[in-house]
Design a protein around this ligand. Structure first.
Ligand SMILES: C=C(OP(=O)(O)O)C(=O)O
Length: 565
């Protein structure tokens, strides 16, 4: 048997060796009977029963996912319930039944039309098509009494291979038993990819139709870093992959080979992310996306609930820094109870600090109170706060003044409080251009490359059609980072990075060379980035950065960094 390699998109920097188990959940429906043979009332009733049963299943899976993976990932099941009850879709199914189709065929037909519509929209909306498919297949399975394929009790060492994996499929995978997964479709930001990172599973998505040629029972190596699926691997290949799978987790802080401290922290959305962050050796939290405390509920968390959450994060990292970002609502993060305006370009609209200083001023005040109190708690000395989407000095001043005036209010109420370290996200071109004017007013910058790349390149994040443009390796993005760091020279202002770029170990040397003091990422890549820091020599890194900054194109950047395009 000769070894061969298929290529896809690697979504976790982890490797696994195992045996292929094909997962094909969508069996074809039989031909429908003639319309006159369909009992309309009975089919309508079957559809209603199936909807209720599917909703019960979704609620159970939501709970299970919240426990095993995290609240943020569990939220996808709420979106499924919304689709299940969306009047436009349910009316469509009802009409199709009244037109003479049995319930399962009516569901298949109606949902498939909506799936197509969402796919045509592309970007984030395109990704919702996967959710719709998931709801459709669930309903069809319930209606046709299909057996649920049990992904949670696969033989140990299985590599799950599928056309696509829905969030409910992925949530069932047991990382103790599954060696990885590989899918025909999917992109870096698909739900399956996000789950893979949360579960720390080796995974490759978007391999394409060639994957169908890999049969059940075949031995494979899943290289989630390069995106290579090695079929019928040699013994040496398997041994190398098994060795690579054993990541060295460092719980102590890390310095470069020539002794420069670089903080390697984790990004968190909810408290469920704290465990993995600690387990994988993060020095602290470099980005607490507090908006996740506000999503998927009927009303905002009150001051005490927020205080508890911030203190919990601080307690998890007694010796490390916890950087809390104030509410970043709007853009692609809607909150139903806030009645956000319908905007043509929400990413360019009222989001982040713009809302906190405007329509969400009350919410902001509550959050600031909770943060000031948390800063005065036993572990509060390590708390830092930063404002999202700042683009003018006035916004920075106004944000800072809010902290000062709320602190004065708390003082007058006799409530213990403390002003924490204060910074801003650098994620707009305006902030990068004006960084020298911001620097004297802050203790730190944290560069959010996900948004910075989208705004510098005018390429919507999550829109696959422009993903090549929106890449953080574009020279213009690298120049924006360089300009930001250079603007802090001579100022007492450290610079971190909390976008996806910070978690790419292939770029660690470059980022150290550009002068970053801190890198924050999803917990899964913390060990790899720490290892890369330890191997870096800062003089070499600076020289590398200088060469990279001379590049005209992304291809040249990749060539200098010896990366795949
Ligand atoms: C970290 C970032 O923020 P978010 O992804 O939460 O918008 C960023 O924009 O890089």
């Amino acid at each position: 048997m000769t070894e061969r390699t298929l290529s896809g998109i690697g979504v976790t920097p982890l490797s696994g060796v195992g045996t292929v188990v094909w997962y094909r959940p969508d069996a074809d429906l039989p031909e429908p009977p003639a319309p006159e043979d369909v009992d309309e009332d009975a089919e309508l009733a079957r559809f209603e029963d199936a909807r209720a049963a599917a909703e019960d299943e979704l609620e159970a899976e939501r709970e299970r996912t919240a426990e095993r993976v995290g609240e943020e990932e569990a939220a996808v099941f709420d979106a499924h319930v919304q689709f299940l009850n969306d009047p436009q879709i349910t009316d469509g199914v009802t009409d199709a039944i009244e037109g003479g189709l049995p319930a399962e065929h009516a569901v298949q037909e109606t949902f498939s039309e909506f799936v197509e519509q969402f796919e045509n929209m592309g970007g984030r909306m395109g990704e919702r098509a996967d959710d719709l498919r998931d709801v459709r297949d669930r309903l069809v399975r319930v209606l046709s009494d299909g057996e649920r394929v049990d992904l949670s009790s696969l033989p140990e060492g299985s590599v799950v291979v599928a056309e696509r994996l829905t969030p409910s499929d992925t949530a069932q995978l047991d990382p103790e038993r599954v060696a990885g997964f590989v899918t025909v479709t999917g992109g870096r930001t698909s739900h399956a990819a996000i789950f893979a990172r949360s579960l720390a599973l080796p995974a490759i998505v978007g391999v394409g139709e060639e994957l169908q040629s890999v049969e059940d029972g075949t031995e494979v190596v899943v290289d989630g870093e390069s995106g290579d699926l090695v079929v019928d691997p040699t013994d040496e290949r398997k041994e190398a992959a098994a060795a690579a799978a054993e990541v060295d987790i460092r719980h102590e802080s890390v310095e470069t080979a020539d002794g420069v401290d670089i903080e390697v922290a984790a990004n968190i959305g909810t408290l469920a992310d704290l465990g993995p962050a600690v387990d994988r050796g993060a020095d602290g939290v470099g980005l607490f996306r507090t908006e996740f405390l506000f999503l998927d509920r009927e009303s905002p968390p009150d001051e005490d609930e927020q205080y508890e959450a911030y203190v919990k994060a601080l307690e998890s990292f007694e010796d490390g820094r916890v950087v809390v970002r104030t509410l970043d609502i709007g853009g692609d993060k809607p909150v139903p109870y806030l009645d956000l305006p319908d905007e043509e370009n929400p990413f360019l609209g009222e989001r982040g600090i713009r809302r906190s200083l405007g329509p969400d001023a009350d919410l902001f005040e509550t959050q600031v109170r909770a943060l000031l109190r948390a800063a005065a708690s036993a572990d509060g000395a390590n708390l830092s706060v930063m404002l999202p989407l700042v683009s003018t000095v006035e916004e920075l001043r106004a944000g800072r003044e809010r902290f000062e005036s709320v602190a004065a209010d708390l003082d007058s109420e006799g409530v213990e409080n403390e002003l924490p370290e204060f910074g801003i996200m650098v994620e707009t071109p305006a902030a990068a251009f004006m960084a020298d004017r911001f620097a004297p007013h802050v203790d730190f910058f944290s560069i959010g490359t996900n948004d910075l790349a989208q705004y510098v390149m005018a390429a919507e994040r999550g829109n696959e059609r422009v993903s090549d443009l929106g890449d953080y390796r574009q020279p213009a993005v690298l120049r924006a980072i360089d300009a930001t760091v250079s603007a802090t020279e001579g100022e007492d202002c450290w610079v971190g990075m909390c976008g996806e770029m910070a978690g790419d170990p292939d770029l660690t040397e470059l980022l150290v060379g550009l002068g970053l003091d801190e890198l924050s990422m999803s917990a899964v890549t913390v060990p790899q980035v720490k290892a890369a820091v330890a191997e870096t020599d800062t003089a070499d890194a600076r020289e590398l950065a200088e060469r990279v900054l001379q590049a005209d194109t992304k291809a040249e950047v990749a060539e200098i960094l010896t990366l795949d395009q």
